[in-house]
Design a protein around this ligand. Structure first.
Ligand SMILES: *Cc1c(COP(=O)(O)O)cnc(C)c1O
Length: 352
């Protein structure tokens, strides 16, 4: 079965070999304070900076999930109030998690076809502005230009960006915001259970001003430990090793993004002529590169998924408000060229 599910998603076919390597190197039983682990961790951080073009003065942290990052941001980077833009299920969930920790968190929903409403009047009391770069639930994305404009408009606030389903697939301009995070079971093509969080010097300065130290994952503790390439708890050592191997073997981001853009154009062309379903998002400007959402009535969606399965293709179901009438196709780097061909071929032949 070939998975086009947008997370957990298809993992790189080399993963079993890398796991074997980690086992043989004794890494799976290595202490997380040992020089062996520290060496792997140091390498991963170096590779992430280099391959994803993360500014040198931004720090990279290991966490266990994007959800954990939602909590870390509220607890360690906001003393009272954050502001959230959302147009789908993940952005809205982030606001809900923020509210659990800080009831003053506010947000505004914007439309599926709408660009990020950067001129929205945000309360001056908001300390951090939250944006979901790639809304996995509906296949929309926010451009880097808009994130930069948002930052220019709000020089005193931190900008935090959920890039869970775009980091390592789409080109991100890290310098345009203060906090970026992603779990690895999407564009990184790895098994779940690890996430990376990237913080600007400004974000770290804010954490120091707030001084929050009440949790095992308080950002100040994470920072103290990662300065020596370590974590506050026993981390997902295997996941970190796999991340290192994948980063070592992957081409640079430009090449990856160009490959995904080519695939996206092929899907787009195919879907323009596809009589059974259409792209959920009509506005090209807000469409995601890495997650495509197709819309049709429920009968067609059911048939596409069922016949897909029979052809060995797992298509992602819809999510949230779009559960029944959409399906999602991951355009992630770990999906192989001939697997994309198989899906396009399936769409060409589909009938009901
Ligand atoms: C998948 C996803 C999450 C949640 O990731 P977890 O690793 O399950 O915490 C958050 N935000 C977005 C945009 C996602 O796609």
């Amino acid at each position: 079965m070939i998975s086009f599910y947008p997370g957990p998603s298809r993992v790189y076919p080399e993963i079993p070999r890398y796991v074997q390597e980690a086992y043989e190197a004794g890494l799976l039983s290595a202490n997380h304070r040992s020089p062996e682990f520290v060496e792997v961790s140091r390498k991963v951080i170096h590779l992430l900076h280099e391959r994803l073009q993360i500014p040198k003065d931004y720090m990279i942290f290991f966490t266990s999930s994007a959800t954990e990052c939602w909590e870390i941001i509220s607890q360690s980077l906001v003393s009272k109030e954050s502001f959230h833009f959302y147009n789908g299920a993940f952005g809205e969930k982030w606001l809900q998690y923020a509210r659990q920790l800080q009831p003053a968190a506010e947000g505004v929903a914007f439309g599926l076809e709408q660009i990020l409403p950067i001129d929205y009047q945000i309360d001056t009391t908001a300390e951090l502005i939250a944006v979901t770069h790639n809304e996995t639930s509906n296949g929309t994305a926010v451009s880097m230009e808009l994130i930069r404009q948002l930052r220019d408009r709000h020089p005193d606030q931190l900008i935090a960006v959920d890039a869970t389903s775009s980091m390592a697939g789409d080109l991100l301009d890290f310098s345009a915001a203060d906090v970026w995070y992603a779990s690895v079971q999407k564009c990184f093509g790895l098994p779940a259970g690890l996430a990376v969080m990237v913080c600007s010097p400004r974000a770290l300065q804010r954490a120091a001003e707030i001084g929050e130290k009440g949790h095992y994952n308080s950002l100040l503790y994470l920072q103290q430990m990662i300065e020596n390439y370590q974590t506050t708890y026993t981390p997902n050592v295997l996941g970190i090793y796999l991340l290192m191997r994948v980063m070592e073997e992957r081409p640079g981001m430009e090449q990856t993004a160009t490959q995904l853009q080519k695939r996206y154009q092929r899907y787009k062309k195919e879907l323009e002529n596809f009589p059974f379903a259409e792209m959920l998002v009509k506005n090209d400007e807000v469409r995601s590169l890495t997650v495509l959402a197709l819309q049709a009535d429920k009968k067609v969606i059911d048939q596409l998924r069922q016949q897909g399965r029979e052809a060995g293709l797992v298509l992602g179901n819809g999510y949230g408000a779009w559960k029944e009438t959409t399906l999602r196709i991951a355009n992630f780097p770990a999906i192989l060229e001939d697997e994309v061909e198989k899906l396009i071929d399936f769409l060409k032949r589909f009938s009901m």
